[in-house]
Design a protein around this ligand. Sequence first.
Ligand code: AMP
Length: 172
Amino acid sequence: MDELKKKIREIPDFPKPGILFYDVTTLLKDPEGLRAAVDVFTQRYADKRISKVLGIESRGFILGPVLAYNLNAGFVPVRKQGKLPAETLNVSYELEYGTDTLEIHKDAVEPDERVLIIDDLIATGGTAAATVEMVETFGANLVEVAFLIELSFLNGRAKLPSDLPVFSVLKY
Ligand code: AMP
């Protein structure tokens, strides 16, 4: 896994001073890096009967569909407000300053489905928590929430339900 970490570019003070940004584009452009990252998720969920992979905008749109394809599951985008064309379910969550809203199509998930949420990175956990709330509204079975990177020092897991399995490949 240290090999994977080496492929992720770290950019200080982006998008604002004090933030160390983990840029996964350098991993994604590397054929071996991309394969290794996707393989970890595919192997973990291969026999979990996942029917829908929910990817969070925007880097969850890169890993999510590849994983869904490998699992014979469908892919559903969770988007920032105002991007989805049909009827949506909205969940707002707190940011450092103000709030943000995520949306999902109302007909995207059925109550009997087995759902996996994926994003590139969990920081404070607000984004993931809002997406978990969506799955709960659908009444679907949330199997796990998965991330390539977890910023453990921010303890984002604490924002998620305590009985919900959370998986991350690389911890910082
Ligand atoms: P949070 O809601 O605080 O867990 O933030 C998670 C979302 O913000 C994810 O979609 C990440 O892609 C993005 N994000 C937050 N912090 C970083 C960071 N240090 N480097 C890269 N992406 C980040």
